[in-house]
Design a protein around this ligand. Structure first.
Ligand code: FES
Length: 596
């Protein structure tokens, strides 16, 4: 497919004689392996127990392969084979590949939520790179949080880095229909609660939804973040969409291995790729693909690590007005496999370029600008990748909301919402936390109708450590049974990228930090006006202040000890990317002193 059309030039470029030339920068690894003394002896000797011959230590770039492989992260369980293909490329280009494991934050198994350990994984990545003889790094990413975690860690070191994603699963197939990861679960479970399908029928879809290696095949957070990595310029073209089991995924891994050797020799570090232009391109791309709201948090965290100023308002400024042209679930119809066959992300980036909203000079890891990479990309299916004149959603950018209920902002994904609910005033039905929601939502006597606004508190970064993906609260059965499928929902939580609905998320400050969300009471009226970016709690300022004042005396979070304690003490709010306060910034890759 078009992988070759786009990247043949890159392949030629990657196979140039440059790799045989002297490095343009001093290789970090020389400070381990490059000296003929006691220290050099010790560093080389222990490595030789793996069977590396002497010539491997004679000035070759050492390429770290940062692997999030784990059988507990099913989306990344095929990564050892991908790492092998990267190694082939590194050897072919004259480098020395060294694979190392980092904490694998798997979305489906890890409790309470993989987001709790995104920052932990990023610390693991950062310290593994800085403390080891690594000149450049290949980041093997897949499941949702592994992409931001690895980019955050590498950005804090500012070494040359290239992302290789594991790729999405093949289309799910259930009873003759294509079904999407996650999205099927949300839809079928609502049908089950409404009495439309039996429990056995619901459970029978498990195996058919996930039938190959890879990440979620919808435009969920994993596919969104893979697309963000590609639009940021941190991966080779087509990295986001090639299915995990397609042999072209291995070609891409091999070629990325070749290219990273050149990047090490050129000193093409992440700060030359992760520029303000690159982030603006990513924001526009997110709008065009109907990407996950989680990207708002992750891009902010990555930008802060590399020293780029990115605010919530940038999402409004650069994303608003960009049409959603990728017709993928949960916003649309198709799945990632279809997206790749239709032309993948290069075809979308070309449309953005033609529309005049792509900053074409942004540099990418293959040494070319993003426009050079995509200007000849083709679309092979105009129902999957729509023409901008015939979009899925006219203005697909993430909508940023502010008001007395969210002074530091909240987000809403228009492409997943119901247009009629984007301007809505309704009576609040309040759940104090996720447990309270679960306890009461099935109660037939719950005082709620479809015009109400469901509000859930205490699910933000500190309130539900990790800010779980529970913001897309399922509707009460009695409302589903009426055939209603969406209501306005508001919380300080996140939402799975595979989910849908008119769901206001990431309200900041969170309730646990005594943001105004903490003061909402049953019966208050709430106004949502997405077009004008307003989220308003209809009580006067004095009443709001008085309610928050009373809450000051309520018991705050109990001490838990361990990592969760560290997390709660140092996590920043959603508008600041939920990073730890002490991790913000680029600390570089200065080689630490010898210990022997
Ligand atoms: Fe891993 Fe969706 S659960 S990508």
């Amino acid at each position: 497919m078009s992988l070759y059309a786009v990247s043949r030039g890159s392949q030629k470029h990657m196979c140039s004689d440059k790799t045989k030339n002297s490095p343009k920068v001093e290789l970090r690894s020389a400070q381990w392996f490059g000296t003929r003394d006691k220290n050099g002896f010790m560093y080389r000797s222990w490595m030789k127990n793996q069977g590396f011959p002497e010539h491997q230590f004679e000035g070759k770039p050492v390429i770290g392969i940062c692997n999030t492989w784990s059988e507990l992260t099913p989306c990344n369980a095929h990564f050892r084979e991908i790492a092998e293909r990267v190694k082939r490329g590194v050897y072919e280009a004259g480098g020395l590949p060294v694979e190392f494991p980092v904490f694998s934050t798997g979305e489906s198994n890890l409790r309470p939520t993989a987001m709790l350990t995104r920052n932990l994984a990023s610390m693991d990545v950062e310290e593994s790179i800085r403390g080891n003889p690594i000149d450049a790094v290949v980041l093997l990413t897949g499941c949702d949080k592994t992409t931001p975690a690895l980019l955050m860690g590498a950005a804090s070191c500012d070494v040359p880095a290239i992302v290789v994603t594991g790729g999405p699963m093949l289309n799910g197939k259930h009873k003759g229909k294509d079904v999407g990861s996650g999205t099927l679960v949300w839809q079928m479970h609502e049908d089950y609660k409404a009495g439309k399908v039996s429990l056995d029928e619901f459970l029978s879809a498990e195996a058919s939804m996930s039938r190959s290696a890879g990440t979620c095949n919808t435009m969920g957070t994993a596919s969104t973040m893979a697309s963000m990595a590609e639009s940021l310029g941190t991966s080779l073209p087509h990295n986001a969409a090639i299915p995990a089991v397609d042999s072209r995924r291995y070609v891409l891994a091999h070629m990325s291995g070749m290219r990273i050797v050149e990047m090490a020799l050129e000193g093409l570090s992440l700060s030359k790729i992760l520029t303000p232009e690159a982030f603006r391109n990513a924001i526009r791309t997110n709008a065009a693909i109907g990407g996950s709201t989680n990207a708002v948090i992750h891009l902010k965290a990555i930008a802060q690590r590399i020293g780029v100023d990115l605010s919530l308002d940038d999402w409004q400024k650069y994303g608003k007005g960009v049409p959603t042209i990728v017709n993928l679930q949960p916003s649309g119809k198709y799945l990632m496999e279809d997206f790749y066959y239709a032309g993948g992300l290069p075809a979308v980036l070309r449309e953005l370029g033609e529309l005049g909203v792509l900053e074409k000079e942004a540099l990418t890891v293959n040494g070319k600008t993003i426009w050079e990479n995509v200007k000849d990309a083709e679309c092979y299916n105009r129902d999957v990748i729509r023409e901008p004149e015939n979009p899925l959603v006219d203005s697909g950018g993430i909508c940023i909301l502010r008001g007395n209920l969210a002074p530091r902002g909240a987000v809403l994904k228009p492409s997943a919402a119901t247009p009629e609910l984007m301007k809505h005033r309704g009576r609040a039905v309040v759940f104090d936390n996720f447990d309270d929601y679960k306890t009461r939502i099935m109660d037939p006597d719950l005082d709620i109708d479809e015009n109400c606004v469901m509000v859930m508190k205490n699910c933000g970064p500190k309130g539900y450590p990790g800010m779980a993906e529970v913001g897309n609260m399922g509707l009460p059965p009695k409302i589903l049974q009426k055939g209603v499928t969406d209501m306005v929902r508001i919380s300080d939580a996140r939402m799975s990228g595979t989910a849908f609905g008119t769901v206001v998320l990431h309200v900041a400050p969170e309730a646990m930090d005594l943001g105004p969300l903490a003061a909402v009471e049953d019966g208050d009226m709430i106004e949502l006006d997405a077009e004008n970016g307003v989220l308003h709690l209809d009580i006067d300022d004095a009443e709001l202040a008085s309610r928050l004042d009373r809450l000051k005396d309520t018991e705050m979070i109990a001490s838990t000890g361990g990592y969760v304690e560290l997390y709660r003490k140092h996590v920043l709010q959603a508008d600041e990317g939920c990073d730890f306060d002490f991790l913000v910034g680029c600390r570089g890759a200065k080689v630490p002193a010898h210990s022997h």
